[in-house]
Each structure stands twice: as structure tokens, then as C-alpha cells.
Design a protein around this ligand. Structure first.
Ligand code: GDD
Ligand code: MN
Length: 367
């Protein structure tokens, strides 16, 4: 039989979950598609627990399993996108690799797409007949409910669970949307729905959302932030790009730090303007590096002493020209008699555009 369906499993430390999950997928799909009507694509972001090796081990004895190991890249959404683009199957599904999503829904979802009943099939935690009683995370459940209400308005699609991580659609449709997806964070389904020009026809499948089989959730801490960034991206993000807005917000906080240091040295300790401005630039720069690493580039966050120190040095180096321009403009204007705070602000403005353009490429980007 021809290849019909690819199941994309984004993974981050899911070693022990893989073999039993593939087994469950096989018993769900073999009766419908035969032995080679489907494939599993494991997109692993270089998990430290050896998930990719485990996947390769499974793939050696089962050709329906394939592995994409990504190095230096992160993110659930971008892993799903990687999968869309790496399969020849006409239909693609995305699901958690931790057994929270029941593979038994796959045949009905596929049948429904093939019958033309919908553009996307979504396994919903909140549809009539679904249940989250085994999830046992009331906080997350409440948050999901709120997020869903907002998302419904934005996508124009009446959906009980637009944040679901378990869905299926035609691979062509998915790939056609990829160039315009934001691809940041975890809400890939929401991204697809909000990006499509014509509202997609969605069919929901009640899901009994299970507890994770082993390991821990990768999304807990990031979830609220990702959601807000996603909303921004699909609304104001078209005018001012999300990363630049974050960078700008961080920059604005940097200005506060800058001014506080400057005022303390200048007014508090009676230092000269040049020295005070120099120290303020350096302090604000380090503060901005730390905050950008934590927030703006959290999906590419540098971790461990080596990476952080290296990144900081790189940031200082790339910002050196901006910082110098900042310093030069500010001291010049101040010497001309401009009020010290205004002189400092002018310097900051000159420096910041330069800093964004360069650091997004050289510090957190890849060539
Ligand atoms: N490749 C890759 N890269 N995989 C990742 C990454 C990443 O950066 N982060 C998480 N994953 C994988 C996990 O290994 C898992 O297989 C799947 O993506 C979902 O991650 P979980 O850590 O299990 O997420 P969750 O259960 O907390 O969140 C679920 O519910 C959300 C809605 O509240 C997921 O289904 C989300 O997709 C869903 O939006
Ligand atoms: Mn999960």
C-alpha cells in the first residue's frame, strides 16, 4: 500500500516513551493502512538522554520509523514544521511523544480528512465527551480554558481546543502555510489556523488527555509567555516584528538601568559625565544581554557558564560600535550644553537599532 500518513513526534528527552508509543501507533494504524501506509518521524532536538539514538535503534528494525536529529535548534513548532517538509506522505499528524495523546484516534481523523469532511482534524481535550481527569493539573487546565477563549476570536474558528498539540491535516496545506508561520514556541496548530487566509474547516475529536507516561513536561514554565508572544505575533506583530518588540521592551528596561546608574554616579557621587556615561553604558549592556537571553531569545537561550560568558562577550563586542556611538553622541551633546538626561537618551537611541540588527544575527542567530 502507498504511504498515506506521517506521524510527527517532536521529542525532547523522551527516550523511554518511544518504543511503546510506536507500538501503540502501529496497532492503531496497521488495520487501516496495512504495514507500510504510515511512517513515524521523530524530530529530536539533540536530547541529552539519547532519544535520537534510541530512535535510530528502532528505525534499524522498522523502516517506517525515521529520525531527524537537529543540533543547535529548538522548539516544538519548528520541529513540527521540519516534519511537514520531510515527508512524502499526503497527510501529516503531530502528537506528543509522551503518551498523553491516544493514537487510537488516528484512523478516524484520517478517514475524516480523506472523506473531505474537514481541513484539519483536532483532538480536543475540551470537546463534548473528552476528559482531562487523568491530567491532574488544575492550574494548567484553567490557563488552557482562558487561552482558548482568546484564540477562538483570533482564528475565527469555533474550536474548543485551539492549543491542542494533537492534530492532522493535508501535508500540502501545511507546507503552503509554512512560509508565513511564526514558528516560535509551541502553539503550532494555533499558528496554522491563524495564518490561513480562509478559515479552516475543523473537525474535533474528543480526547481523553492522559498523564505523561514518563519524564516531565517541557512546556510548564514557558506556556503563558509563549501564548502572549503568539497573540502579539498574529496581531501587532505584522506591524512591529515580535522579536524587535521584545528587544525594544528589554531595551526600555535597559534605559531605566542606564539612567539609574548614570544618576547615581553623576548626581549621587559627583563623577564626571563621561565616566558616569561609560559605566552606565556597560552596566545597561550587560543587563540587556542577560534579559534578552532570558526573554527575547528564550527559544535559543544560551546555557551553562561557557555559552553565557561567550555570548556575553560576543554581545559586548557586537554592541561595541553601538555603545561607542552612544557614548560619543551623548558626551558631545552634553558638552554642547544639553541636559545630561536628554544627552544620554539621544545616545541610547543611536545605539539601539545597531545593536538589534547585529546581535540578533551574531549572538543568537546562526550563519
Ligand atoms: N523537538 C522538540 N523540541 N520537541 C519538543 C520541544 C522542543 O523544543 N519541547 C517539547 N517537545 C516535545 C516533547 O518531548 C513532547 O513530545 C511534545 O513536544 C510536547 O511537549 P510536552 O512537554 O509533553 O508538553 P505538554 O504536555 O506540557 O503540553 C501539551 O499541551 C499543550 C497545551 O496545553 C502539548 O500537547 C502542547 O502541544 C499543547 O499545546
Ligand atoms: Mn505532553
Amino acid at each position: 500500500m502507498a504511504l498515506d500518513l506521517a506521524i510527527i513526534l517532536p521529542t525532547l528527552n523522551e527516550r523511554g516513551n518511544l518504543a511503546p508509543l510506536v507500538e501503540r501507533i502501529a496497532s492503531a494504524l496497521d488495520p487501516m493502512l496495512g504495514n507500510d501506509g504510515w511512517e513515524v518521524l521523530i524530530v529530536d532536538d539533540d536530547s541529552k538522554d539519547g532519544t535520537a539514538d534510541e530512535a535510530r535503534g528502532l528505525a534499524r528494525s522498522d523502516h517506517r520509523i525515521r529520525v531527524i536529529q537537529r543540533i543547535g535548534r529548538r522548539g516544538l513548532s519548528s520541529a513540527a514544521i521540519e516534519g511537514f517538509c520531510a515527508t512524502a506522505a499526503p497527510f501529516v499528524a503531530v502528537m506528543d511523544a509522551d503518551h498523553q495523546h491516544d493514537p487510537a484516534l488516528l484512523p478516524n481523523m484520517l478517514a475524516s480528512l480523506k472523506a473531505g469532511e474537514a481541513d484539519v482534524c483536532v483532538a480536543s481535550r475540551f470537546a463534548e465527551g473528552a476528559s482531562t481527569k487523568d491530567w491532574a493539573e488544575p492550574e494548567r487546565e484553567k490557563l488552557s480554558g482562558m487561552a482558548n477563549a482568546v484564540a477562538r476570536r483570533l482564528t475565527g474558528v469555533e474550536l474548543t481546543d485551539p492549543m491542542s498539540g494533537y492534530f492532522m491535516l493535508s501535508a500540502d496545506t501545511a507546507r503552503a502555510l509554512v512560509p508565513r508561520l511564526s514558528g516560535i514556541g509551541f502553539k503550532i496548530l494555533f499558528d496554522l489556523l491563524a495564518t490561513s487566509d480562509a478559515p479552516m474547516r475543523v473537525k474535533e475529536f474528543p480526547l481523553n488527555f492522559a498523564a505523561r507516561r514518563e519524564g516531565e513536561s517541557k512546556l510548564d514554565r514557558a506556556i503563558a509567555f509563549d501564548f502572549l508572544a503568539g497573540l502579539y505575533d498574529k496581531t501587532l506583530g505584522r506591524v512591529i516584528p515580535t522579536r524587535f518588540a521584545l528587544f525594544g521592551t528589554v531595551g526600555a528596561l535597559g534605559v531605566v538601568v542606564h539612567m539609574a546608574v548614570l544618576a547615581a554616579l553623576l548626581v549621587g557621587m559627583g563623577e564626571g559625565f563621561a565616566l558616569a556615561q561609560g559605566i552606565a553604558v556597560f552596566t545597561a549592556m550587560s543587563f540587556n544581554f542577560w534579559l534578552n537571553n532570558w526573554l527575547t531569545y528564550r527559544d535559543k537561550r544560551l546555557k551553562g557558564w561557557d555559552a553565557v560568558l561567550g555570548g556575553w562577550a560576543g554581545f559586548v563586542a557586537t554592541c561595541a560600535v553601538g555603545a561607542f556611538a552612544n557614548f560619543a553622541v551623548a558626551t558631545l551633546l552634553e558638552a554642547q550644553g544639553l541636559f545630561w538626561a536628554l544627552a544620554a537618551l539621544a545616545g541610547i537611541m543611536i545605539g539601539s537599532v545597531w545593536n538589534y540588527a547585529l546581535s540578533s544575527r551574531f549572538v543568537w542567530g546562526r550563519f
